[in-house]
Design a protein around this ligand. Structure first.
Ligand code: SF4
Length: 144
């Protein structure tokens, strides 16, 4: 429709309309899998550590600067890595082996979790109820 009515793309320049097909640029490819670890906590409601990580749908409510509590570290730094979503993405890379051999104890994961205050605001304010404080606690127990 855009090409028919605006063949020279004069209207709304820069607005992305030619998106890739729905089966490309997916978060999880056909080969995606999580490594298995022994965890301390039980995940009765969320089933597993990985499932709790995957609860993050990437909507970005944790990048809120106005109102609410979540996420105080992102509010302070405006750095994606210091948001709940950034941390969930780091954990996803770790448990799927994309950060290398060290996985959850990779220094990059620990750096990403470092500024998390374990305030649990994400557990209540995130629409997916990602409990980063619990995830961080689990990772730190692995490091000890
Ligand atoms: S628990 Fe951590 S990730 Fe969650 S809102 Fe608090 S500081 Fe952010």
């Amino acid at each position: 429709m855009k090409a028919i009515f605006d063949p020279k793309y004069l209207l709304n320049p820069g607005v992305i309309i030619d998106v890739p097909p729905m089966d490309q640029h997916l978060r999880y490819g056909a080969d995606y899998s999580d490594n298995t670890y022994d965890f301390v906590y039980k995940y009765r409601k969320d089933h597993s550590f990985g499932a709790l990580v995957h609860n993050c749908s990437g909507v970005g409510a944790c990048r809120n600067h106005v109102g609410g509590t979540m996420c105080p570290s992102f509010k302070a730094t405006s750095n994606e890595a210091d948001s709940t979503r950034g941390r969930a993405n780091a954990l996803r890379l770790a448990i799927s082996g994309q950060l290398g051999f060290d996985g959850l104890t990779d220094p990059k994961v620990l750096d990403t979790l470092d500024l998390c205050l374990s305030c649990k605001a994400c557990k209540s304010e995130c629409p997916s109820n990602v409990d980063m404080a619990k995830l961080k606690s689990e990772v730190l127990q692995k490091k000890i």
